[in-house]
Structures are given as structure tokens and as C-alpha cells.
Design a protein around this ligand. Structure first.
Ligand code: ADP
Length: 396
């Protein structure tokens, strides 16, 4: 038995889960928010009960120290030595860190060398790793990369049709994200179907605030909708997804803004919030749409159309699909969104049972027995993937 910590560090937050491995049992989990701001929030969940505290937490190192002290004070561990390894979710490994690995000085230097590829996320990820390594210097720290699962994409899927030296000199290519989730869900669906991952073709729809679709052919990612950055693909809570790139220069001139400012709008003020003008949260949009708000409905329909387009495209690209899976906040919890998408791909022979589709946040087959493609809801579990790789690399 071993205790493994799975960590996801954001710019001002730190999510954690402590698991007993290899049993994959969650011992405790929680989140520290507003790190570096006044009135930071520390929440830890133990035996289903939440404990919350508001204190000023200056930086990630302080948050880590507080979290570990809390584990001792609550009697969850007797000493830090009980934690065998820490697995860090890292958003980007580019083409240099292509699978889960132990993070030492060399890997930190590599991550620093690619920071331009994802400054918003990689910076905080590195801060989290350094903070944990400082407090727990004698155990293994493992990096698990959101991009790793997509490294199997063929060249024709990951290359953009731009001057080749953009790729050679500046690493411009599709990387894809949410890989840990796509891998977990595609493996899980194979198992629910009583098959090995290599025996099935799956289309995974990870639809949360961030959203991406992945074509998983015989256990391998062969295409995905997010690209060089998470901005590409389908519209999301605040991201536009694909647009004509010429719009950027046009709007820079119209609004007198820089490329950076326009890109920021495409990342933070587009998608659901941009079209509806109401909210980036799907629950608000579903409610407003049902109450007759045209733009709320439009925001939902634009996204559903694009998702259906990608499903059809991946169906063709893979030469057919055995299953479509919905996961993440919206995919797991929004029956109307799932129904909308599946109705749009009826021509492929997919059909859902409206009663079974009422499910929220638990594993369920929602297609009818006649459906030519099985449709599932499967809650994602990135933490367990992080813990599995960490446990495995700690035991090499
Ligand atoms: P991320 O991890 O990308 O921040 P999540 O996977 O947590 O996002 O998904 C957040 C989205 O899930 C929000 O749009 C939220 O409205 C939606 N969501 C969560 N619960 C429900 C629900 N019960 N019904 C509809 N949407 C939901």
C-alpha cells in the first residue's frame, strides 16, 4: 500500500487528491483557492465532509506546507514520509516531454524552455512542482502531461498547412489537450464494453468549461479538436474555438486593439459568454434558452453543431466508431446537450434512450439497443490516471 498525491496547480489555485494505491481509493481531496490574494480559501474533504478555512496564503509553497500540516493535524498521515510520490498534472509537454516521467532538474529546465507554448498554464504548473519539491525534497515527483496521449496523432492530423519552418523552428503544430481525460474515458468505455482498448474506436466528447473532442482509434488518439493551444476546436464557455484567422487582423483594426488583446477576447470573452452575453455557465444558458432567450439558444446550437460536425468527421476518419462518450461538467450533467448532439448525427445510426439520458454524473449506457453506435456517459477521472502513472514510476 502506498499513498500518492495527485496535484493540479493553477495560477491561484491548487487542487489535490490523496489516494491509496494500487487500490485507487481516495483518502482525502480538496482545493486551495485565491493563493496570493487576501482571504485565500482552503477546503479539504474527509469522509464526505467538507472543512473550510479562510486565511491569507501568500504563495504556492505556503499552500503546500499548509496542506501537508493539515494532513498530519487531521491524522490522515503521521509523517510526510508516508507520501510515496506526488503526481503533477502538467498542461504541456510539447514534443520534448511526451510521456509521464520523473521530474528532476533536467525536466524542469525542459519545461522552462517550452514555457512560451503555454505561459498561462505552464507557469503555475512549474510553481506547483517547485513548491512541492521544496517541502518534499526526498520523494519522487512525476509529471503527467495533458498533451502526452495525443502524441500518437499522425503527421497529417497534427501539422498545419503553414510554412514548414514554423514547425521546424518554432514548434507550431497541433498538440491537443485534455489527454489524460480522453485516455481514461476511452479505456473505461472499452472495459465497459468488455473489450480491450485496441479492439474499439471511440469518439470522446469532453465538454466542460473547456471542451475538446478526441478520435481514439484502437486505443490511440489519432485526432483531437484542441490544437497549438486550447483555443482551437469547438466553442467553449469563454473560448471561440475555430474562426477564420483573418478576423483577428480585421478586429484589431476596427477596435484599435493589439493581437494579444484580441486573442485574449477569443479566449476569455467568446464562446457561450460571447454569443449569449449572459454567462459562460451552461446551466444559465439552458435555463435562459428554455425561457425563450434567442442568443442563449444560439450559443448552445452553435456549439452543438460544431460538436456534431467533428463527430461525423472523426467517424469517417476512423472508418467508423463503436462508441461515443460524453464526459466533464456538461457532458456528464446536461441531458439536453447530449440529446441535441446525438439527434444531429442520427444519419450515422446513433440513437439515445431519452429516459436513460436523464443520468447525471454517473456511468451509464444511454443509447437504445438498436443504435448503431453505443453512447455512454462516463465521469472523467484525471486524478486516478495521475496516481496510476505516479505509483508505477515510483515502483520502477
Ligand atoms: P472545467 O474543468 O473545464 O473548468 P467542468 O468540467 O467543471 O469545467 O464543467 C463546467 C461546466 O459544466 C459548466 O458550464 C457547468 O454549467 C456545467 N455543469 C455542471 N453541472 C451541471 C449540470 N448539473 N447541468 C448542466 N451543466 C452542468
Amino acid at each position: 500500500m502506498a499513498k500518492i498525491m495527485a496535484v493540479n496547480a493553477g495560477s491561484s489555485s491548487l487542487k489535490f487528491q490523496l489516494l491509496e494505491m494500487p487500490e485507487e481509493k481516495v483518502i482525502t481531496s480538496g482545493i486551495v483557492e485565491r493563493i496570493g490574494l487576501k482571504d485565500s480559501n482552503f477546503m479539504i474533504k474527509l469522509n464526505g465532509e467538507k472543512q473550510e478555512e479562510t486565511v491569507d496564503i501568500a504563495d504556492h509553497a505556503v499552500a503546500v506546507r499548509m496542506l501537508l500540516d493539515k494532513l498530519i493535524n487531521l491524522g490522515i498521515i503521521q509523517s510526510f514520509d508516508e507520501i510515496e510520490g506526488v503526481g503533477h498534472r502538467i498542461v504541456h509537454g510539447a514534443s520534448v516531454l511526451t510521456k509521464s516521467c520523473i521530474i528532476n532538474e533536467k525536466e524542469i529546465a525542459l519545461l522552462e524552455s517550452i514555457i512560451d507554448l503555454g505561459p498561462l498554464h505552464l507557469g503555475p504548473n512549474l510553481t506547483g512542482i517547485k513548491a512541492f519539491k521544496k517541502v518534499l525534497p526526498n520523494i519522487k515527483h512525476i509529471g503527467i502531461f495533458d498533451t502526452a496521449f495525443h502524441q500518437t496523432m499522425p503527421e497529417e492530423a497534427f501539422m498545419y498547412a503553414v510554412p514548414y519552418d514554423w514547425y521546424e523552428r518554432f514548434q507550431v503544430r497541433k498538440y491537443g489537450f485534455h489527454g489524460t481525460s480522453h485516455q481514461y474515458v476511452s479505456e473505461r468505455v472499452a472495459s465497459l464494453m468488455g473489450k480491450k482498448p485496441i479492439e474499439v474506436n471511440v469518439i470522446v466528447c469532453h465538454i466542460g468549461n473547456g471542451a475538446s473532442i478526441c478520435a481514439v482509434k484502437q486505443g490511440k488518439s489519432v485526432d483531437t479538436t484542441m490544437g497549438f493551444t486550447p483555443l482551437e476546436g469547438i466553442p467553449m464557455g469563454t473560448r471561440s474555438g475555430n474562426i477564420d484567422p483573418a478576423i483577428i487582423e480585421y478586429m484589431m483594426e476596427k477596435k484599435g486593439k493589439s493581437a494579444k488583446e484580441i486573442t485574449n477576447i477569443l479566449n476569455k470573452q467568446s464562446g457561450y459568454i460571447g454569443v449569449s452575453g449572459i454567462s459562460s455557465d451552461s446551466r444559465d444558458l439552458v435555463r435562459e434558452s428554455e425561457a425563450g432567450n434567442h442568443r442563449a439558444k444560439l450559443a448552445i446550437e452553435i456549439q452543438a453543431k460544431r460538436i456534431a460536425d467533428y463527430i461525423a468527421s472523426y467517424y469517417v476518419y476512423m472508418g467508423g466508431a463503436d462508441a461515443i462518450v460524453f464526459t466533464a461538467g456538461i457532458g456528464e450533467n446536461a441531458p439536453s446537450t447530449r440529446q441535441n448532439i446525438i439527434e444531429r448525427i442520427r444519419v450515422l445510426g446513433a440513437e439515445i434512450d431519452l429516459k436513460k439520458n436523464e443520468v447525471h454524473g454517473k456511468e451509464q449506457l444511454i443509447s437504445t439497443p438498436e443504435s448503431k453506435i453505443k453512447v455512454y456517459v462516463i465521469p472523467t477521472n484525471e486524478e486516478v490516471m495521475i496516481a496510476r502513472d505516479t505509483y508505477q514510476l515510483c515502483h520502477l
